[in-house]
Design a protein around this ligand. Sequence first.
Ligand SMILES: Cc1cc2nc3c(=O)[nH]c(=O)nc-3n(C[C@H](O)[C@H](O)[C@H](O)COP(=O)(O)OP(=O)(O)OC[C@H]3O[C@@H](n4cnc5c(N)ncnc54)[C@H](O)[C@@H]3O)c2cc1C
Length: 459
Amino acid sequence: MSAKPQRLRQTGKRQKILVAGAGMSGLVAALELEHVGHDVTIIEARDRVGGRVHTQRGSDGTPIAEAGAGRIPRSHHWTLDYIGRMGLALHPLYPPKLTNLAFINGQRCSLDSGAELAQAVALPENERALGYPGIVKTYLLDNVDRLLAAGVIDTPAWPPEQLADLDRLSAPDYLAERGLSQAAIKLLTLGAFPTAISPLMLSRVLAHYDRDGLSIIEDGNDSLPKAIAARLRGDILLGTPVLAVSQFSDRVEVTVVREGRTTTMTADALICTIPYSVLPTVTFEPLLSPARRQILAEMRYVKVAKVAFRMRSRFWEADHLSGFAQLDTGAEIWSPQWPSNGHRGVLQLYQQGDRVTEMDALSEPDRMRWAIEKIEEVFPGAERHVEECVSYSWQLDPWARGAYGIPYPGDLFKWKGRLAGHEGRIHFAGEHTSEYPAWIEGAVRSGHSAASEVNETGS
Ligand SMILES: Cc1cc2nc3c(=O)[nH]c(=O)nc-3n(C[C@H](O)[C@H](O)[C@H](O)COP(=O)(O)OP(=O)(O)OC[C@H]3O[C@@H](n4cnc5c(N)ncnc54)[C@H](O)[C@@H]3O)c2cc1C
């Protein structure tokens, strides 16, 4: 796999193509197909482009927070390539030289100090001797080294059979099986950590994760989908959900609701980027393959809710704090610094896991109260500085039904080679079909790959 997206080959055959979904995968697919002369129309259920790249803006139009994709790692070359092509500027996510916090057992300590972290929990003697860096090296980085040595990332050999032992259990269960104490496991799984993923998936993420190399797009991450959408010649039909898809030997028909009326659109091919959490609401004629229907039934989406407060000042900086914290409750606090913030700041609660269900049951004002109380525990006095608040819950969104699809232990091998691909004239894309699930990088790569498939197969 190339380190950068390549332009598609001109085939000389102009096709009429529908793309379901104006998220990053659909937009990239449309951009690449138009570039080689195809006639593309995007059909989008929401009244905006970007899907799960969604910047929430304040009353003055400037970003308060990212409801969806919040960070772009410097190793995500395909995402960075499209950002560069659109002429967008990046800004570091973490302010330099300020302390990031951990909040464990009700106590604040520095996330950047292995000694403080090790003292925050009751580690047994042998783990105390190893220290936090030693625990990370022995129990996490060892598998990252094995994975990198196998040289399989971004190759058809992913997931690697020789590392199948790392995909049997969830990461916490695996660490416990290796004898790590629950106290140490708590340290290694702080924050919005998807506890269900296997050590193999975790190692893959860690292999290209570098906290100092994380960025945001200067005027909000939604600048990227908006910029791509602005480059497209074909229509983007907003507020137009897909209800049904029928395919025939010579065409595909897509039934949509447009301006309150049901209509059918015809094309040579459909690129379907609808998340697998939502796809079961679409009727297919003939039915999708048994293998794909099984994946649709099995794929689980992580629950995420975020509540962000714009603050009149970054009062935490007086204590040399960055505003970022990882909690032991499946939550993180983020404090993205857009240039437009000026002297103002943001504290955003990013909650994952079971507590999200509790948040979702609350009214909007109660959810905000719930969130500010959690933030107050880590940054006392926060409430006094609140100027504006926005919140988002991905599982309550009918066009997402969850934040992202992640493989549970065993899924990687069970689904190998069956997530993307095409069934006749229907080509599947989206982060959930990619080897980078839960990242823009996965969406972008999958959109490009589906575009290439349509271009090459001629249907
Ligand atoms: C909380 C959260 C945090 C994240 N953090 C990061 C991060 O830090 N960094 C990162 O790189 N990525 C992150 N991601 C992942 C990233 O946002 C996604 O991987 C990516 O945006 C998915 O793009 P997509 O095109 O595959 O799907 P989507 O963006 O979901 O696009 C699919 C589109 O299909 C539309 N649709 C759905 N149903 C229908 C229908 N029936 N008819 C027509 N249209 C329909 C939807 O409205 C949507 O616009 C995060 C995501 C979430 C939710």
